[in-house]
Design a protein around this ligand. Structure first.
Ligand code: PEP
Length: 276
């Protein structure tokens, strides 16, 4: 049985209201949802994790500590504490009470510091960050997905298999069970053009099969969430697919109503999820 996860990535956005107000509102909605679930005897049917910009981590820690919500950072350094200007280490992240960390988001892979590196080298960096997270008892959400160009060229599976193989090479297939994979087709992120539920299912099943070639228990246990233009009107259809274990939500995570509806979509499917 895999517990669905809904993760909200605020990216580098300032919420319309302050970060503290948004966090308080998310918490309030999540607690109402939890109360409803308790009445229905479905307590903690899903995990919810919030990824604000790092400067708001202290707020997240103050507001969310003691609740059933989790929080984390949008990136982690591949190195331990030391002379790495601008980086944040896994131990620092842990110090803010984080449980999760996002790794290898395509906006970092494509747009910023890693721009000129080739994809195979980027996969190695992602794997180093993954190791760092595991060593510091953080749950990595490892983003994995193809560009529009690779999608059109029919290379989705090739791109995904390449990173999966690197991750397995680094720490073995068993350790992967301690992570979350986020299938995020780059062409679907922030574009309003989500993958179809059928496509998401096909690729998630492919990922699971690839892991199963090394370790079946790990393949069965690992949560694979989908990200890319998930909104209240498509969440339920995507989350209902048997190999989709929740979502990584960008734009809609800044709107408390939309985010709550997406969490609800994952929750309502708990019974289905339980039979996965
Ligand atoms: C993301 O940032 O990972 C993401 C999926 O964004 P959006 O939901 O806005 O497409």
């Amino acid at each position: 049985m895999r517990k669905p996860l809904v993760a909200g990535n605020w990216k580098m956005n300032n919420p319309d209201e302050s970060s503290t107000v948004l966090l308080e509102n998310i918490l309030e909605h999540a607690e109402l949802l939890e109360q409803k679930l308790l009445q229905d005897e479905k307590s903690s049917a899903i995990d919810i994790a919030i990824f604000p910009p790092a400067v708001y981590l202290k707020d997240a820690q103050q507001i969310l500590t003691g609740s059933h919500l989790h929080w984390g950072t949008q990136n982690v350094s591949a190195y331990d504490d030391g002379p790495y200007t601008g980086e944040i280490s896994a131990s620092m992240i842990k110090g803010f009470g984080c449980d999760y960390v996002l790794i290898g988001h395509s906006e970092r892979r494509c747009l910023y510091d890693q721009l000129d590196l080739d994809q195979a080298l980027l996969d190695q960096i992602v794997a180093q960050k993954y190791e760092m997270a595991i060593e510091h008892d953080l749950i990595p959400i490892i983003c994995i997905g193809e560009s529009a160009e690779d999608y059109k060229a029919g290379k989705t599976r090739e791109v995904i298999a390449r990173l999966l193989d690197v991750l397995i090479e680094h720490k073995g297939a068993e350790t992967l069970a301690k992570t979350v994979l986020a299938y995020e087709p780059v062409w679907a992120i922030g574009t309003g053009e989500s993958a179809t539920p059928e496509w998401a299912q096909e690729i998630h099943a492919f990922m699971r099969q690839r892991i199963a070639q090394h370790d079946e228990a790990s393949a069965e246990a690992i949560r694979i969430i989908y990200g890319g233009s998930v909104k209240p009107d498509n969440a339920q259809a995507i989350f209902s697919k048997p190999d989709v274990d929740g979502g990584l939500i960008g734009g809609a995570s800044l709107d408390v109503e939309e985010f709550s509806q997406i969490c609800l979509a994952a929750t309502l499917l708990d019974e289905t999820a339980c039979s996965k």
